[in-house]
Design a protein around this ligand. Structure first.
Ligand code: PYC
Length: 325
């Protein structure tokens, strides 16, 4: 039977999985045309023509709803070590904080990068990865900002009319961030949290609330709820609903960036002050922000571990060769 092999390395970043595709992926640069297409142009080719590849890697039976794929592509930026396109069970992500930390751990595992700072090109800008001599990994993300404050969203949950007020912010993806939701942010409440966030996101769509369409097409596809931490070494705990309905096991790198942008805008976080974000599984990112001119640059630090090295087999006779959609 004709089959293809896709070489991958799996890792997790504070509990959230990443699958880096090293070889066997589509040649997006060739399809994008031009001598050195940007990663954004290559992402558009993947969206238009290779959605089957996304699903083959991330969807069951080879993947799962929580998994984020990371396809390595040639960068256009001359100083970048690589380009990367992140994707999940339903589509492409604009950027991914935990995924970039996982990618850095993978490249270090392969001996492709060492201690120091390395630039990675994403569809929404370049991200700097820093590997320190003690093994720590941090990323300097794309600029983050609050887009709108105090947005009230009506929505319906289990047949009841509800309202919640929150902020809309960009941290590499678009987030609706809410504090006064009245939900219990604990693992035993996962089903309700998912239902609540899906209903809230439907309410956002229904109300026609969008963000800046020049960034990630303005779709607010991540919902982030905050509450008090359970760890003494954290400032806050979160629950993050990802676009495909899974929850982020990590505190979400782009979500923590969006949160810090809101805190900074409210005068509740100073430049270079630490923000320690706990996830729903009690893992942690430590973040901070600094200004570069007018731009607010988030830094996120977290741990990532390689969990597997393997080849996916795409056998043409398999009815689910391109994943269960
Ligand atoms: O860490 O930015 C992140 C992220 C987005 C979706 C899942 N993780």
């Amino acid at each position: 039977m004709p089959h293809a092999r896709v070489q991958v390395i799996d890792s997790h970043t504070e509990g959230e999985p990443t699958r880096v595709v090293l070889d066997g992926g589509p040649d997006l640069a060739r399809h994008a045309g031009g001598p050195r297409p940007s990663v954004a142009a290559q992402a558009q080719v993947m969206r238009d023509r290779f959605d089957w590849f996304r699903a083959a890697v991330c969807n069951e039976p080879r993947g799962n709803d929580a998994l984020v794929g990371a396809l390595l592509v040639p960068p256009a930026l001359p100083d970048a070590v690589c380009g990367v396109i992140f994707f999940n069970n339903v589509g492409l992500l604009n950027a991914c904080g935990h995924g970039t930390i996982g990618l850095a751990a993978t490249l270090r595992h392969l001996g492709r990068i060492g201690v120091g700072t390395h630039t990675i090109e994403t569809p929404v800008g370049s991200v700097a990865v820093q590997l320190d001599p003690q093994g720590g990994i941090s990323i300097e993300n794309v600029p983050a900002f609050r887009y709108a404050a105090g947005v009230e969203v009506p929505f319906s949950l289990f047949g009841e009319q509800r309202r919640v007020t929150g902020d809309i912010a960009w941290g590499g993806n678009w987030f609706f961030l809410a504090q006064d939701h009245g939900q219990d942010l604990s693992l035993r409440n996962l089903d309700t949290l998912r239902a609540y966030c899906l209903a809230l996101r439907a309410g956002i769509d229904h109300a026609g609330i969008r963000a800046d369409p020049s960034l990630g097409r303005g779709e607010i596809d991540h919902i982030e709820l905050f509450g008090p931490p359970t760890r003494a070494d954290c400032d806050s705990r979160n629950y993050v609903l990802c676009p495909g309905g899974a929850y982020d096991r990590s505190p979400c790198g782009t979500g923590t960036s969006a949160k810090m942008a809101c805190l900074f805008a409210d005068g509740k976080l100073r430049e270079r002050q630490q923000w320690r974000q706990e996830s729903i599984i009690a893992s942690r990112f430590v973040g901070s922000v600094h200004l570069r001119g007018d731009l607010l640059i988030p830094t996120i630090r977290g741990g990532a571990w390689v969990t597997g090295e393997s080849s996916l087999v795409l056998d043409d006779s398999d009815p689910f060769v391109h994943g269960i959609r």
